[in-house]
Ligand binder design. Structure first.
Ligand code: ATP
Ligand code: MG
Length: 387
């Protein structure tokens, strides 16, 4: 047999910058291929730390601290897993010849709503809802009037819904301005978006390895307070909407470039598709692919990073439900009822060392027709408790 470019797995080292539950699955896939895994995060015993060869705890916003670890470990691939990270460190590492996934510029664009929105809408010409950027409360008021109510207000840099709000009328603007200060990141600039009255929203997982681009079946999801609670695959779409979604996902991922898997978030109304945002890494709503695909989004991400072939099979419908903590808890114990261990259900516990209200600690996965899988997964997360 002739191998054009065999994977010399033992000689490859990946460094995860951010070691949450998504990074943990990437680490497991890397371990399976015999790669060396270095996991970095701001706190000890982060999920991916448990499955790495070595782990580091460091302030992820500290450029010099991050570079020190990078220069010490000399990874072949640096995989940013979170947004709150020193982008200067990534540019500096890239300048020295390190391979940042997908590339430092793409990470920089996607971590800031202003950068990615203007790139998608104004450079690539992708369809989005109307939007404006503001830096003052008065600016917010007048932009909201122009967008109309309801409108969505978000800090340009934040994550998981922090600092976001929907203003239903001009009376809500003062409250929205205050909420925006809760941003995990930079609240000095806000995006004001017209509310897109979509029929449904999807994540189009898109992987590129430098030779080909592949799409996963569209993932439907339900968000609460800017955070996902349920996801399912496939989302039933018209052929036109699916085609447009793939074209948009191709355009934005080609525009960002580099290798890896991306989660392209789109709003769908009838046959119209609106670009919302994109993660240059596996997406939380994509955890459902752990059971629905022969190669999960995590496996595809790693294959794309390594430049390996991206073939995979869609096994069939499934759903995921996120289990979130209800209390603050040091060293939480996640209790999983026997009913989660059926022939078509799975549970993944992330082993986070600390819980707080709303923090995701586990996910329930069900392999069945979407409707049934969703119903069962809704039921199953009520059978998980943290104490
Ligand atoms: N303009 C909008 N119109 C209607 N719904 C919106 C709009 N913007 C956001 N939403 C809803 O809020 C959810 C979260 O918004 P968004 O994806 O922009 O932020 P996020 O996912 O919290 O950000 P991050 O990826 O940084 O965690 C969306 O998935 C969608 O359900
Ligand atoms: Mg989002």
């Amino acid at each position: 047999m002739q191998f054009s470019a065999p994977l010399k797995s033992n000689s490859k080292k990946i460094m995860l910058l951010g070691s949450g539950e998504l990074g943990k699955e990437v680490a497991i896939e890397a371990q399976r291929l015999g790669l060396e895994v270095i996991a970095v995060d701001r706190y000890q015993n982060a999920p991916a730390h448990h499955v790495a060869h070595r782990s580091y705890v460091v302030d992820m916003q500290d450029k010099n601290a991050l570079l020190e670890i990078i220069y010490r470990e000399k990874p072949d691939y640096i995989l940013p897993e979170i947004e709150a990270i020193s982008i200067d460190a990534l540019f500096a590492a890239e300048d020295k010849g390190y391979n940042v996934i997908p590339n430092a510029s793409a990470v920089s664009k996607t971590m800031n709503r202003k950068n990615i929105r203007t790139f998608a809408a104004e450079v690539l010409g992708l369809k989005t809802g109307p939007y404006e950027f503001v830096t003052t409360e008065d600016g917010l008021k007048s932009a909201a009037e122009r967008m109309g109510f309801p409108c969505v207000i978000k800090p340009v840099m934040s994550s998981s819904g922090h600092g976001q709000s929907v203003a239903k009328s001009a009376d809500d603007i003062a409250a929205s301005w205050e909420i925006a200060k809760e941003a995990r990141g930079d609240a000095s600039e806000l995006i004001v978006e017209a509310f897109v009255d979509f029929d449904y929203e999807i994540t189009m997982l898109t992987a590129r390895n430098g030779k080909e681009t592949v799409f996963c079946e569209p993932i439907g999801h339900e968000q609460r307070d800017g955070d996902y609670v349920f996801s399912w695959q496939p989302m039933q779409m018209s052929d036109v909407a699916k085609q447009k979604s793939q074209e948009m996902a191709k355009a934005i991922t080609d525009g960002l470039g580099g290798r890896g898997l991306f989660g392209v978030e789109l709003f769908i109304k009838g046959d119209e598709v609106y670009f919302s945002e994109v993660s240059p890494r596996p997406h939380d709503t994509g955890m459902v692919t752990l059971i629905t695909q022969s190669q999960s989004e995590f496996a595809l991400h790693l294959r794309a990073v390594l430049g390996l072939p991206l073939g995979f099979t869609f096994y069939g419908d499934g759903a995921s439900a996120a289990f979130k903590s209800e209390v603050h808890n040091y060293a939480p114990v996640v209790a999983v009822d026997d009913s989660l261990f059926t022939d078509n259900s799975f549970v993944r516990v992330f082993s986070k060392p600390e819980a707080h209200k709303g923090r995701r600690l586990a996910v329930a996965l069900v392999f069945d027709e979407v409707e049934k899988a969703l119903e069962q997964s809704r039921e199953l997360i009520t059978k998980i408790k943290d104490c």
